[in-house]
Design a protein around this ligand. Structure first.
Ligand code: HCS
Length: 599
């Protein structure tokens, strides 16, 4: 029997249409729902009226669906608790999977395998928008749901109608735990919902959504619900050009009218989906709210002769995200990392945090972005305070104020995990190194795979910080080999920090260090062209009188950029434009930086 993946290569797969709509159309009585108290709890029908659900599955298979979804969209304990049915969560998922499995077996033939997707909806709590549940509670609820679906025998899990990537991240952790508990893994499909205003409910575009969930290695990513196909056009185009996964699309039958009815006919819907398929955007199609077996029959017919989209094998670029995506390309260099939300570098920020004025402190991040920061570095490592507590408070404010990706600047894995559990996007972890051998790698790299993140790697090893360029390169090469070949990190997610040393401290060992740093950047970019580099620019002038520091920083940044620097950690509110610095001052700064006066 052909597997799901073999079928995906052969044809555009058809997923079923609405479950909710079909249940509504069945005109069920309170008795069918097991009593008035449970009316509206569609998931309970799996045990109170299983024939209704089986009938819907079979109608979709008969209409030509390759995949049907289990009746478990709201079958997490969190949602079921609203009907006092939370205690049945595991059972309802197991039974729903079994019902769909039976229908799939009935329709499967030697040359037409049918599949069951375990539907996992967004729950009624949206972490970034409504709140009402914690990240940890959602992980547990999704774990239980996924466990039930796996035990019941689904072929794949489908996180659908995703409105908030934080919920998806919690679901992914839950699913990972369920895989371990049941001792079985199945492919994961993720379907986001883009509202008519052009983003998810929690604000992300399809690009940032995709980048934020990539670490989950879904086999398919796509769009469902909220709108009809028309509104999906631009988002699908973007997704199809970005995704190294299959792309799915199962829209509503148009936008609902005031009474919640959908009016796009099977023919109209099928025609629009065919247009997307003809453009080569699609691998899986079907319908969401308002669609029926007639819609699915028309869609299956409409795409029958169209080949599926060819799925690119790789995602060969550096990309991070907050609410917005940052998809790197060479012409963007240098990207600015706003440095003022750092308790070590900014006295004002430190004071605001110490006074518990987290919202005011987050305004500093906003000012950095307003002045050109592409990402924001956040450091709360004040030795006199509880770093995790400060991170938890501050991060919740900052994600409301800035849309750019975040750099989580900490060496404590608990602090980092806490920050990542509040961030919808794909952040950058700053930093790890080989100072204690692989200890930091072992503790922090798992977080990259669990939450999705890029990572900064300092050129430090057991012998200490690398000052000479050649040693910086050697440490970078060793780190790269470990991260890519042993820890499974993508080269595009590795950002090397070749370290900057202060030139003004009179410390002999730092004479010539600025030049070595610049050369270090050049060597790393030359030998590891898929990786990036990041540098804390103002360190170079640390300890010098304030007058002239900005000029020195700017001249240093200019040379680093020439050497290939990708990310520069700077105070964007004070950045001196290199082009506006008089020639004479540039030469003076260069003499200081490169110690050419000392010879
Ligand atoms: N699979 C669910 C999606 C709702 S948005 C249903 O009811 O059809």
């Amino acid at each position: 029997m052909a597997s799901l993946f073999e079928q995906l290569e052969k044809k555009i797969l058809i997923i079923d249409g609405a479950m909710g709509t079909m249940i509504q159309a069945a005109n069920l009585t309170a008795d069918d729902f097991g009593g008035e108290a449970y009316e509206g709890c569609n998931e309970y029908l799996t045990i109170t009226a299983p024939h209704v659900i089986s009938h819907i599955h079979e109608a979709y298979f008969a209409a030509g669906a390759d995949i049907v979804e289990t009746n478990t969209f709201g079958a997490t304990r969190i949602v079921l608790d609203e009907y006092d049915l939370g205690h049945l969560a595991l059972e309802l998922n197991i039974e729903a999977a079994k019902l769909a499995r039976r229908a799939a077996e009935k329709y499967t033939t030697t040359d037409w395998p049918r599949f069951v997707a375990g539907s996992m909806g967004p729950t009624t709590k949206t972490l970034s928008v409504t709140g009402g549940a914690t990240f940890t509670e959602l992980v547990a609820a999704y774990e239980e749901q996924a466990r039930g679906l796996l035990i019941g025998g689904v072929d794949l899990l489908l996180l659908e109608t995703c409105q908030d990537t934080l919920n998806v991240k919690a679901a992914f952790l839950g699913i990972t735990e369920a895989f371990q508990a049941v001792g079985k893994r199945v492919p994961l499909m993720i379907s986001g919902t883009i509202e008519p205003m052009g983003t998810t409910l929690a604000g992300q575009t399809i690009e940032s959504f995709f980048i934020s969930i990539q670490h989950m290695k879904p086999f398919a990513v796509g769009l469902n619900c909220a709108t009809g196909p028309e509104f999906m056009t631009d988002h699908l185009r973007s997704l199809a050009s970005l995704a190294n996964t299959a792309v799915s699309c199962y829209p509503n039958a148009g936008l609902p009218d005031e009474e919640g009815h959908y009016h796009e006919t099977p023919d109209i819907l099928a025609k629009k989906i065919r247009q997307f398929a003809e453009k080569g955007w699609l691998n899986i199609v079907g319908g969401c709210c308002g669609t029926t077996p007639q819609h699915i029959r028309a869609i299956a017919e409409a795409v029958r002769d169209i080949p599926p989209r060819v799925i690119p094998k790789q995602f060969a670029m550096h990309a991070v995200s907050g609410i917005d995506a940052l998809i790197y390309d060479e012409t963007m260099r240098p990207l600015f990392v706003g440095e003022r939300t750092n308790v070590i570098g900014s006295r004002k920020f430190k004071r605001l945090i110490a006074e518990g004025k987290y919202e005011e402190a987050a305004e500093i991040a906003r000012a950095q972005v307003k002045n050109g920061a592409h990402v924001i570095d956040i450091c709360l490592a004040d030795p006199d305070r509880d770093e995790k507590e400060d991170m938890e408070q501050f991060i919740q404010q900052v994600v409301k104020k800035v849309k750019v990706p975040l750099v989580i600047d900490s060496t404590d894995e608990d602090v980092i995990a806490c920050a990542l559990s509040y961030s919808q996007g794909k952040a950058i972890i700053n930093s790890i190194n080989l100072e204690d051998g692989e200890e930091r790698f072992e503790k922090i790299v798992p977080l990259l795979h669990q939450y999705g993140a890029a990572v900064v790697v300092g050129t430090i090893d057991e012998q200490g910080m690398a000052i000479e360029a050649k040693r910086k390169l050697d440490i970078a090469l060793r780190s790269y080999d470990l991260l890519v070949n042993k820890y499974g990190v993508s080269p595009h997610d590795i950002i090397f920090d070749p370290l900057v040393f202060p030139i003004g401290t009179g410390d002999e060992q730092y004479i010539g260090a600025a030049k070595e740093t610049i050369e270090g950047i050049r060597l790393i970019k030359q030998h590891l062209p898929n990786c990036l580099t990041m540098l804390g620019i103002s360190n170079v002038s640390f300890g010098l009188p304030p007058v002239g520091r900005e000029v020195l920083n700017s001249v240093f940044l200019y040379h680093c950029t020439q050497a290939g620097l990708d990310y520069a950690i700077v105070n964007t509110e004070k950045l001196e434009r290199f082009a506006s610095i008089p020639e004479e001052e540039v030469r003076l700064a260069e003499a200081l930086l490169f110690h050419t006066n000392d010879e």
